[in-house]
Write a protein that binds this ligand. Structure first.
Ligand SMILES: CC(C)(COP(=O)(O)OP(=O)(O)OC[C@H]1O[C@@H](n2cnc3c(N)ncnc32)[C@H](O)[C@@H]1OP(=O)(O)O)[C@@H](O)C(=O)NCCC(=O)NCCS
Length: 140
């Protein structure tokens, strides 16, 4: 599998980003909303296979000591082939001086554990869709 990693937003098909997030059950918006989010992020990773966008992720950060990872997703038919790991390692490498936080989708914690992340004991969140996020198992 010949993967190409791109870190720039030029030429990204934001419709594919939105559709992939929807397909894997993550928060998804209009393609242009994702464009704005990725463009405003410190680190973006896009994985292509034969020119096809098959996975991505991003981190917001001060670039010095704090960072938060969002929107890590791999198209289902390409999952469990190491692509999520490639995405996360690329993000972690680009932010090597930073503490990294994220909230895993319920059930995906072990994926992040394999990358060295640990569960937070005091994580707090103010979700705008509080009831929906509670229902999905993100909060008490
Ligand atoms: C989570 C996700 C990004 C992982 O990507 P991936 O390409 O399938 O992961 P990898 O193939 O790199 O797997 C790396 C390791 O994590 C493990 N892993 C992958 N998905 C896992 C899961 N859902 N639960 C537990 N372990 C998992 C793999 O078994 C593998 O371990 P190994 O190296 O010991 O075999 C991908 O499955 C995905 O897009 N899921 C839907 C969207 C999502 O939930 N994203 C995360 C939001 S927090």
């Amino acid at each position: 599998m010949e993967l190409e990693i791109r870190n720039g937003c030029t030429g990204v098909d934001w419709k594919t980003v939105a559709e992939t997030l929807q397909l894997v059950g993550m928060a998804h918006y209009d393609p242009d909303v994702h464009r704005r989010a990725f463009e405003a992020s410190h680190t973006r990773v896009f994985v292509y296979l034969d020119g096809r966008l098959i996975g991505f992720g991003r981190a917001i950060s001060d670039g010095v000591y704090q960072a938060a990872v969002y929107d890590v997703a791999v198209i289902p038919e390409f999952q469990k082939k190491g692509i999520g790991t490639v995405i996360m390692k690329n993000i972690l490498d680009s932010l090597s001086s930073c503490n990294i936080i994220l909230y895993a989708s319920p059930g995906k914690e072990d994926f992040y554990r394999t990358l060295g992340l640990r569960k937070m004991r005091t994580g707090m969140a103010l979700f705008r869709k509080a009831e929906e996020m509670k229902g999905k198992g993100f909060t008490d």
